[in-house]
Design a protein around this ligand. Sequence first.
Ligand code: IMO
Ligand code: MG
Length: 454
Amino acid sequence: MTVTIVGAQLGDEGKGGIVDLFGEPADVVARYQGGDNAGHTVVHEGTEYKLSLIPSGVVRGKIGVLGNGCVVNPRTLFDELDALAERGLDPDVRVARRAHIIFPYHRVLDGIEEDVKSESDQEVGTTGRGIGPTYEDKMGRRGIRAGDLANPDALREQLEYTVPQKRALAEDVYGVETGEEFDIDALYEEYREYGQRLEAEGMFIEAGNFIADRLDAGGNIVFEGAQGTMIDIDHGNYPYVTSSNPTAGGAATGTGLGPSVVGDGDVVGIVKAYLSRVGSGPMPTELAGVEGDTPGYDGNADPEEQELAEYIRDAGGEYGTVTGRPRRVGWLDMPILRHATRASGFTGLAVNHIDTLAGLDELFVGHAYELDGDQRLTVPATTERWAECEPVFKEFEPWPEADWQAVADEGYEALPENARTYLEYISDELDVPIYAVGIGPGRDESIIVEHPFE
Ligand code: IMO
Ligand code: MG
């Protein structure tokens, strides 16, 4: 059967940890969208692994698949593989021939566009990994796919078509001088070698067939979503989004299996017990702000609110895995979760970071929004309207610090009562059962209420 892991908020919900938690019975962990913009952390035998591209299940010896819906930077791929090998692992990663390749010029163009947008405060705050420009080329039918790297003539021909366009865009439209990132010969040599290595190491697959065969043989598959619902290109707050579909539909199109296959399994929404956001865009329940990211924020928030935001940021380790940037933090936002639950059809929830909120003096949840004097329970479709929403808060009793290891050993009933009340509110509002509760970064610091594979 399959279990699909989807970020219910704005990314960084702790998806890697839940893949790790539920992934034990899995044979294959497949990513279906995104690229090396993800930042998934797995703690295994006391060692912390930070992965931006390779599926996190690989750390535990699962076969990792980068599905056709992914964009693959071969430099990152081999760097991560080599780093895992150096740490004594024997990673097994397969790449869909249909996946699109991120080239150095995509990264340059990502940076240029962000720079230009920032002149009018319109930058998205991307990870700079070239994700958007690569998906643009995919949709524009001028992308280069993983399978093409193994066909030198096709690779050469496509580079000769595409690269001059990219160079003209950088130089003639944006007035930026270009370098080796736009050099056809150099790109050809480097990327042809990646193709040879992918081929030599048996990494190429037809992802749909590969996964379907394992399912037919009774195998278990985890679809590991990256990013999150509110940065989904369709269901997120456009244009402050990533360029793919982290929502559950992406697991079908991004791997080559039918929606009925994905829907036949579990779809688990990963929820952080509060909210964090990297980069720009609205965030109605935000506490204080981060200069340069929070629209209009100049560092002058109420000092108490600022202190609370800093406390949560530090307690939760809310600094970007990929970029190291401080993340914006805020209270849990239920309209986001209702939107995410509908868009992906969650059958279960995993709520992380319950420990982070322990010991606060006050605790709120954005239960609804007020917009034009009316209350609404869901997220408006335009970013401008979302920015006008004022949160309608519901207050909860905070819970105290606890011996989390003991709680993890004893199970759900050992959670502080106020934490259970909080979790049950979330579950009741969304009408989705809680499958797991995260009370620390390691796999052992989690409570499994219901295991989707068991
Ligand atoms: P994980 O998998 C949080 C955000 C970026 C930016 C927007 C577009 O760790 O949850 P992109 O480089 O994708 O074009 O950037 O999306 N973003 C993430 N935010 N977690 C992530 O991944 C993210 N990946 C991209 O900050 O606002
Ligand atoms: Mg992350």
